[in-house]
Design a protein around this ligand. Structure first.
Ligand SMILES: [Zn+2]
Length: 178
């Protein structure tokens, strides 16, 4: 590992620690030439098993590319997409696959995308699950509604703000002064 400060071609490991979830190792390193210290993280290379049987390294950027298309014209920022990519990677790592079947990558995207934007979710799901008719959309929307129903009584923050944003903002301010 090259030293990131002076590009010296060697470094000495001072300390190694396994992360809490056991999926990576952090190493504290020291450059023998300039004596600066830096940290490296070693994690398993996630491998995606494609339908053709070929494998390729998991790419967060590639996973997000299809989602970006589905988010066209929606209020979803590049930061949102980056967070989604990291969330998907975490989920796949946590699942502990040696080789991830390609369709599992799509499945791991659906959950966080639904949280992010329902329209983009429907677009992505329609491609991913190969919707063939308006009825497929209706079924999916019915599922979305059904899963949203248990919390439908609780107003969201947006609804609270619309109902009396001034007042609730004031209350929050008062609480902070305790
Ligand atoms: Zn150095």
């Amino acid at each position: 590992m090259h030293c990131p400060y002076c590009r010296h071609t060697d470094s000495r490991v001072l300390d190694s620690r396994v992360s809490e979830d056991g999926t990576s190792i952090r190493r504290r390193r020291c450059c023998p030439k300039c004596e600066k210290r830096f940290t490296t993280v070693e994690a398993m290379q996630l491998t995606v098993l494609k339908r053709s049987g070929a494998t390729e390294p998991f790419s967060r950027e590639k996973a997000v590319a299809g989602v970006r298309k589905a988010c066209n014209g929606r209020p979803v920022s590049e930061d949102d997409l980056a967070r989604l990519g990291s969330c998907v990677e975490d989920e796949l790592r946590a699942a502990g696959w040696a080789e991830i079947p390609a369709n599992e990558v799509g499945l791991a995207i659906l959950g966080p995308l639904r949280e992010l934007d329902e329209v983009a979710y429907l677009r992505f799901a329609s491609v991913y699950r190969a919707f063939e008719s308006a009825e497929d959309f209706e079924t999916e929307i019915a599922l979305l509604r059904a899963e949203r129903a248990p919390t439908a009584d609780e107003p969201t923050y947006d609804e609270q703000a619309a109902a009396g944003g001034e007042r609730s903002a004031g209350t929050r301010g008062a609480e902070r002064h305790h």
